[in-house]
Write a protein that binds this ligand. Structure first.
Ligand code: FES
Length: 427
């Protein structure tokens, strides 16, 4: 057992009082969860603490909070882990290494204490991306048959449990509350990447032309770090961009597509980002009619930067840096590929440490069956013996091609909004 100090952010907007820290000491096992500690306090010392939870198994997504500055699920964060975050932030000298500050998630209004209004932000944005399949016509008499690869491609997005942790820490949303946001855009990819959907192009155009859409993400990686399920929402946004710009040739009116390409070409040419070229190149070049007003409007910023010594006219106009061979080699390799490789790290199923140590790979029980073409001839003497059954084709859910022992379980409720959170303690 160990002693932990829980500092819980308390706030009731209806009381008219400012938010404050409410401190409690609990003695619990380090492997107990933060939610265990809060529920213990609710039961034993202060029943008025507001926290939302349901499954207590990291599945329903309703117990999202910030613990020592990082968003996550209170029910699957150990006390020792949450406390360790403070130590890694260097804050232990100030308040002690076993202090855990629990706050409501960010970017959403607080209803009370640790309960945020998910409907005001998160669910509204999810509804914005038409979160259902728009079926192709004609509808087949039996189930749709979806190639395994396609289902693998969207599995990572499907694993989202809608906890809102990514929304909580999204820096773009902090600056632009209208940004559709990481969770909703990951949801959008789930349908754009599904071959049964009839309108991927329309979806992509809708999300590209919206000034708060896919080009509003600034690659801060916060959502990738925050997600407790490894969905990596930013990766899904980048996939949407690649599909929009490369597969569907969609040039958005917000200049997002051109900016992205100008950025890549800038690095390809200079090795390091040359900011002075980035703005005009994003608008078609220094003398393009589109670029002129932008350059004029950026003049005050340039003058301020020069007056503070951040840039010099020489550096701005005569950028001498050239891309080194290594950078050129990377570009040649990527551009020389016949097809784009999309990585789905979520279900790779292989343990990196095992590979590095050259330990024979032992399949995990939830590891997906390796892909194999069922029509491919088995080479004589190969490991795949003749009694190995070919994989059945996927059904509409993409689940049929996974044998029972190797089934990848999508979290229950991952595809649907949770009905309701049944322990919304607001009393
Ligand atoms: Fe934490 Fe369900 S209570 S995810």
């Amino acid at each position: 057992m160990a002693e932990y100090t829980l500092r819980i952010r308390r706030y009731d907007p209806q009381s008219g009082q400012a938010a404050y820290w409410d401190e409690h000491v609990v003695e619990m096992r380090p492997r107990n969860s933060v939610l265990d500690a809060i529920l213990y306090l609710k039961g034993e010392s202060d029943g008025s603490i507001g926290i939302r939870c349901s499954c207590q198994q990291g599945i329903c997504g309703s117990c999202g909070v910030r613990m020592n500055g990082k968003p996550g699920l209170a029910c699957n964060t150990h006390l020792e882990e949450a406390a360790g975050r403070r130590a890694s932030l260097g804050g232990e000298a100030e308040v002690g290494p076993t202090v855990i500050e629990v706050e409501p998630m960010g970017n959403m209004p607080v209803i009370r204490d640790l309960i945020v209004d998910m409907d005001a932000v998160h669910w509204q944005k999810i509804r914005r991306v038409t979160p259902w399949l728009m079926a192709k016509e004609p509808v087949p008499e039996r189930e749709y048959v979806v190639p395994h690869e396609n289902m693998v491609d969207v599995t990572q997005a499907m694993a989202c449990i809608q906890c809102g942790a990514c929304v909580s820490d999204c820096l773009s949303m902090e600056v632009d509350p209208g940004f559709i946001g990481p969770a909703a855009l990951a949801k959008a990819y789930r349908f754009v990447g599904d071959p049964r959907d009839a309108q991927p192009g329309e979806r992509l155009w809708d999300l590209s032309k919206d000034p708060h859409g896919i080009y509003d993400c600034t690659h801060c990686f916060n959502c990738v770090e925050a997600c407790p399920k490894g969905v990596a929402p930013m990766d899904q946004i980048m996939r949407l961009r690649r599909k929009a710009g490369t597969d569907f040739d969609l040039e958005d009116p917000n200049n997002g597509y051109r900016h992205e390409h100008a950025f890549v070409n800038n690095i390809k040419k200079n090795g390091l980002l040359h900011e002075a070229d980035l703005l005009p190149d994003s608008y078609g070049g220094k003398f393009h009619p589109r670029a002129v007003p932008e350059l004029i409007s950026s003049l005050p910023t340039a003058v301020t930067a020069m007056s503070r010594g951040k840039i010099t006219p020489q550096k701005a106009l005569l950028h001498q840096h050239k891309a080194p061979k290594e950078v050129k080699r990377i570009f040649e390799k990527v551009e020389g590929r016949g097809e784009r490789i999309e990585l789905n790290l979520y279900i790779s199923g292989y343990d990196e440490a095992e590979e590095q140590l050259d330990i024979p790979h032992v399949p995990h029980t939830d590891e997906p069956t390796p892909l194999r073409d069922p029509h491919e001839d088995t080479p004589p003497g190969s490991a795949a013996s003749s009694d190995t059954k070919p994989l059945p084709e996927a059904d509409a859910t993409g689940a049929a091609d996974r044998g029972p022992a190797t089934e990848h379980q999508d979290p229950p409720g991952a595809e649907e909004e949770p009905e309701s959170t049944d322990t919304e303690s607001e009393s």
